[in-house]
Write a protein of this length. Sequence first.
Length: 365
Amino acid sequence: MASPQHLGVALALGLLLPRDEDDMDDDDDRAPRPRVEDTDEDSSKHQLACWVLRETRFVGSVDEATKRLPWAATRRRLASSFVDPALGEEVAVYCTQQLVALAEAPDGVVDLLDDMRSWLRPEKNEEDEEVEREHFLAPDSLFGVFVRRSLLEATETHFDGVARTYDRVCEYVRRYQEEDDSGSFYASLLTRRDLDLFLERRILAAASVCGSVTLEETEKECSKIEALEPDLPRSSYLRFVASLYGREYLGALDHLHRYFDYAGSRGGPVSPNDEKGARGVVQYAALNLACLHARFGHARLASCALDEAVRVAQQRHDHACVTFALGWLRYVDIREAEYEAETYGADPASRGAFMPSTRLVSISQ
């Protein structure tokens, strides 16, 4: 279901678009539609557009999102985003009244969703192409993606999805009117996609800077996320990365197995050359296992896992995985050569049968 806060942001987004003459019948009890001008770069329309972009950003953390989602906080940010305080308050009051009106009847939510569709899918008019390009959102633009995502979440299960969205809007408005900013309800507004993207960003950050996250911090974050959405495989992968850099071998191995046990069917990695997705998991499981062994100095085990990753990747024509595996294989060969040189001396004959070039040739055949 769509987040009520996203619907409130969509109401503000609607102020950036021209209004149809058929919809000019404002309720006398509500504030009139504010005039958002577009005169120069510092115009009120530009300021409102920047605010909408900031509000549609990805989740930084569960705690941060919980603090940002209440409408009282959203309204304050909206009012303060304008250079003119009077105009900012006028826009905030207007959006608030429109949001409260959505809770009066399900028709209000349905009408808003219809309006959002019209922003994306205008009727073709060959005689008025310039107006169409100027006044409607491109589906692949930042605003267009936000609107399409909100529509998808609100109508995911057709009528049932719209009904649940309306129920959430009613609860959202009630908490705003009662000034109830307790976190449990607002945390539940975070969608699975929001949490999955947050985990992906945390994994990239943890993998790029060694020691950027600790095991304790990771466990707290993952526990909060799993309380909201227990079926997210990337939480196991984040634990794997944290354990890997925290030198916790058994924990890293356990979380890696746990992640790839569910990766094929629940949002795991997809090979770029594999349309069916689930079949592209095996080679990456072996590649990650090799990285784990290499990290802990298990050169022989890492070489075996890399051999398996290359064989499977070649069978599936996954050239990206082959490239990664060969790069790691070269790294393992160098580290193993350094270790054997320190152990047995610099004489190549004393290092046994270690021949990196032979292994590389055999893999490429």
